[in-house]
Ligand binder design. Structure first.
Ligand code: SF4
Length: 451
């Protein structure tokens, strides 16, 4: 059997996470507010939407952070942002021209709960005046367990939040200190208990591997500790060290980081703890309890991948609200201005803040389907998918030699046009998906390493 070092040398690379295809790297300024207004005009009145709200502020910076966020030590910038967020909600309502049904809301950041209970209720009421929010809608929020007050939990519960996603990363104090995020196990346990006490019963944890001082043993210990809190879902993300793009990551000492083989062992160790406890491995880096909607969606082949990662959300349209938020339509993708000042300037002038996006062509759409199926189910029937779209599968004949090389290394199994990623190949899933990416620039430094 090929050893891990050889697998990494052959197949690791700087690759996208494929939360969309084409990926955001291909977005361009040709998609404008006018384009999006045209897409909205084609929306059927009964079609349910999903909403994503982005809050790009945090109390302090975690040094591993790869998100679009800034540190806010004062309330004023956050309150001003909330006012503009409410104005943007009204703009989308106006652009759609009616109260469109909504079945999903996801709050991400940053730290969405930084806005506090009073502002949270204001945004919730703005959403309910602009959209017909389904009584059974899943409303999910990303939380920082260090800063969630009881008053905030009450506001979340009273506004119908059903799922909370907590940034946990690692319980080892040495690791926490090295990444500037100190949150002892008891603090996280207390936060989970308070959320569940308020009937916010669906709990996700984000864990990380590849952080400074982490070892296979310490990551497994964190996974076991996390398991005692009975999360519904866990994401096991690899730390993406890209200090040339995220300056604060320079505060992480490179000599404290594990090498690629160490990272691979850490990921496998964490995932094995959860699967041994009955969790279902999902896609690239998730695990969910068998009764969680994500595991059920995987079993029913309804699992999707979008900008928030893996989801059972099947709504074709996602409206992104807030700076840097990405919207997704049947026709294509559109992104708001990435930083707050230009986003605010657009909103205050009565314009949607769209600055770029992409309208995929037919070839992109087929590749998007192949990549999404692979990223979700770890299996793909290239022949059947092509035939469903009236395309000769031989269009992808050029990937067959690479697939055979992957099969020889034990990462996939291939039978004709059908492939299945093995459990050994799971950490290399992005490398398999990348074979179908016609836009990929292998020399680009923008992405973190896949393993
Ligand atoms: S709380 Fe989350 S978004 Fe904020 S700095 Fe830390 S990792 Fe980044």
């Amino acid at each position: 059997m090929v050893d891990d070092a050889t697998l990494i040398a052959r197949w690791d690379g700087r690759l996208p996470r494929y939360t969309s295809y084409p990926t955001a790297v291909q977005f361009h300024a040709g998609v404008t507010e006018a384009t999006v207004r045209g897409w909205l005009a084609a929306l059927a009145p009964e079609e349910p939407l999903s909403l994503y709200l982005h809050v790009p502020f945090c109390r302090r910076m975690c040094w591993y952070c790869g998100c679009s966020t800034v540190v806010a030590n004062r309330a004023a910038p956050v309150s001003a942002y909330v006012e503009d967020l409410i104005a943007e909600i009204a703009l989308w309502r106006q652009a759609i021209g009616r109260m469109q049904p909504v079945t999903r809301i996801h709050w991400g950041g940053g730290t969405p709960s930084i806005i506090g209970p009073a502002e949270w209720r204001k945004v919730d009421s703005a959403l309910r005046s602009a959209f017909a929010i389904d009584a059974e809608a899943e409303i999910a929020v990303e939380l920082d367990p260090r800063t969630v007050s009881n008053a905030m939990i009450r506001a979340l519960a009273e506004t119908g939040v059903t799922r909370a996603s907590l940034g946990v990363q690692d319980f080892d104090p040495v690791v926490q200190k090295a990444v500037n995020r100190v949150q002892p196990f008891d603090l996280v346990a207390d936060c989970v208990a308070r959320l569940r006490g308020a009937r916010i019963s669906r709990i996700n944890f984000d864990l990380m591997y590849g952080l400074p001082h982490q070892t296979e043993f310490s990551v497994a210990r964190t996974a076991r500790q996390a398991l005692t809190l009975n999360p519904d879902r866990v994401a096991i993300f690899g730390y993406a060290h890209v200090p040339w793009m995220r300056r604060h990551q320079r505060l992480i000492r490179e000599q404290d980081l594990p090498d690629a083989a160490g990272r691979l062992a850490q990921f496998r160790a964490a995932l094995a703890i959860f699967t041994a406890a009955g969790y279902v491995a999902i896609g690239l880096d998730h695990a969910a309890r068998a009764d969680d909607p994500l595991a059920l969606a995987l079993a029913d082949r309804r699992l999707r991948r979008n900008f928030q990662g893996y989801t059972d959300d099947t709504a074709p349209t996602l409206i992104g609200i807030g700076a840097s938020a990405i919207s997704s339509f049947v026709q294509g993708y559109a992104q708001n201005a990435a930083s707050v000042p230009p986003w605010r300037e657009a909103i205050r002038s009565g314009r949607l803040a769209i600055v770029r996006g992409i309208e995929p062509d037919a070839d992109d759409r087929l590749r998007a389907l192949l990549i999404e199926r692979l990223m979700c189910t770890l299996a793909l029937d290239i022949g059947a998918t092509c035939r469903e779209h009236g395309v000769d599968p031989r269009r992808f004949a050029d990937v067959l030699p690479r697939l055979d090389a992957m099969a020889a290394d034990g990462l996939i199994e291939r039978e004709g046009w059908r492939i299945a990623v093995t459990s050994r190949g799971r950490p290399f899933l992005r490398a398999v998906a990348a074979l179908f990416d016609r836009h990929l620039d292998p020399t680009a430094q923008r992405h973190a390493r896949a393993v």
